[in-house]
Ligand binder design. Sequence first.
Ligand SMILES: [Zn+2]
Length: 351
Amino acid sequence: MIKLSDTLLKPLADAAGVSGAEDEVRRLIVKHIRPYVEDLRIDSMGNILAVKKGTGESDLRILVAAHMDEVGFMVTGIDSNGMLQVKNVGGVDARILPSLRVKVGKQKLPGVFCWKPIHLNRGDDVVSIDNMRVDIGATSKSAAQSKVQLGDRIVFDSEVIEMNDVVIRGKAFDDRAGCAELIEIIKGDPFPFDLLVAFTVQEEVGLRGASVLGEALRPDAAIVLECTACHEVPQPPEKADQTTVTKLGHGPVISYMDRTSIAHVGLRRHFTQTAEANGIPHQFRSPQFAGGTDAGIIHKSIHGIPSQTISLPGRYLHTPHIMMSMEDFSNGVKLVRAALQTLSADVLEIN
Ligand SMILES: [Zn+2]
């Protein structure tokens, strides 16, 4: 099993990178992949594009992508008493917010989502971000204005920790886990073909960064590395199928459908057969609760690009406390490496 300390997972997930403000994450990734890639560039949207040289046996162009951004908030106004009005950036359930710790802006000012204390609360307040404010301890508008600007991003205040030998907890594993997997793949052995790699921006606000990849890279196929929802709180049996989307520790997830794409049949078969042939634990995601991934926009690009999403299960996605398994991480890296080593043009044929 790959250990947390042998990966970039912690620094990546601890870094701030709300959609459209991924610079801290981008700098970290560029610094670490530079020795292993060629043609490293940052496009005008902020995506990192690079090529990992292959052995030259195959002229396929295979893209592997992971998104750098995370869900969070943006400062949209300041009240006369110095409280910050905010909007969410990406999907955040307002019900998790009351009294949550956050960090505001580039300076990472400590803040709290304020909520009426129980002494004053009759229990009928509507939990909505429009009714909440972020409190940075300022007592006037001018005091807040001296530290915060409209448009500043706000991230969850949460650091990666090890819960035990296998399970880790932290924010932003969606999708820094995919970024960390991709970095492991970049650092490993070469593949028969040149591997095109992309670390994308603004996935959480509608797959925006990935929309330019097809044209820029002209890949023959794309693999998207993601972190996907997992929820295992017991439910009435008749609802079990809908609630257990994936299971922690049961291996990487081979998607067959989500809200934005249906996996390419040849790629899905190839990944499944590779997992079976190599004894790599794996699971399939039932599509009921599925969100979208960058595959949703990539597979429709230019002339159509065969795409497959491979995810790691994460409990409590889009909260400050996502839990994931280092065993799943290790098996995810193993599966993608093995599937890429044996990927040939016939896998991509439609018949
Ligand atoms: Zn994601």
